[in-house]
Design a protein around this ligand. Structure first.
Ligand code: DC
Length: 233
């Protein structure tokens, strides 16, 4: 692929709106690097939980977490089509997807210093373009000049169904109601935090994929990608 035409693709949206799947598949189809920015917030959360600075139902120890930020090493290991999240050299891909981490991540992601540190890391990852990044603030804060921006939406119930299936397929013992509750709580915290709140960038293309198959969604994204690349030529 011609490097002059490489662009930045920002995919934002609500939790479990299917954006990670679409971002990963698009990156693989066009030979771009894929970064799941949510995994980075989850890794900081796991770190805080392991150190006793955050637990379900309580508030995070913001001072302790902020003081440790420069020491927390987050990385990704590429293994075939998979991208594994690493925390201080350990693969934590499964741990960061647990409901416990999901229940604790929003308060951690609302800490401004945590956001600033991770946004800086994310911007560095996009320096040479050719990247697809998904998250909540990628098109608004991390890459406001991204050449392609998508904002994904789907009803809370539809998203909870997907997440419930994902978790139970992995053997987690959770109820649909717990997952729906987690989705709604995270939506609320993500939308109302003062720093980098979840919102659709003015120049993003909105996609409600509730009634779309994965194939239809992938085709839609590829078409949009082609028109965005053509526009920057
Ligand atoms: O996409 P996800 O559900 O794995 O994200 C986990 C949490 O991280 C989510 O509750 C919101 C937060 N997040 C964020 O604040 N900003 C991002 N760019 C990505 C995720």
């Amino acid at each position: 692929m011609n490097s002059e035409r490489k662009i930045i693709i920002a995919i934002d949206g609500y939790s479990s709106s299917g954006k990670s799947t679409m971002a990963r598949q698009l990156a693989s189809a066009i030979g771009y690097r894929y970064i799941d920015s949510g995994a980075m917030y989850r890794a900081v959360t796991l770190w805080a939980m392991r150190h006793g600075y955050m637990s379900q139902g309580s508030s995070p120890d913001v001072d302790a977490i902020v003081a440790a930020l420069p020491e927390i090493k987050i990385d990704f290991k590429v293994e075939g089509p998979r991208q594994l999240t690493m925390l201080d050299g350990e693969i934590v891909e499964n741990e960061i997807r647990s409901l416990e981490v999901s229940n604790c991540v929003s308060p951690i992601a609302a800490i401004p210093q945590v956001r600033h540190a991770l946004v800086r890391m994310q911007q560095a990852m996009g320096e040479s373009k050719g990247i697809v990044m998904d998250g909540r603030d990628i098109g608004t804060v991390v890459f406001p000049d991204a050449e392609m921006k998508v904002f994904c939406d789907a009803s809370a119930e539809r998203r909870a169904e997907r997440r419930f299936k994902e978790l139970t397929d992995k053997g987690a013992s959770v109820t649909y109601e717990e997952v729906l509750d987690n989705v709604r709580t995270r939506d609320h915290i993500d939308e109302t935090r003062s720093e980098g709140p979840l919102r659709c960038a003015d120049d993003a293309v909105r996609l409600d994929n509730s009634a779309m198959t994965i194939d239809e969604q992938n085709q839609w994204l590829l078409d949009l990608y082609r028109s965005c690349v053509a526009a920057v030529k």
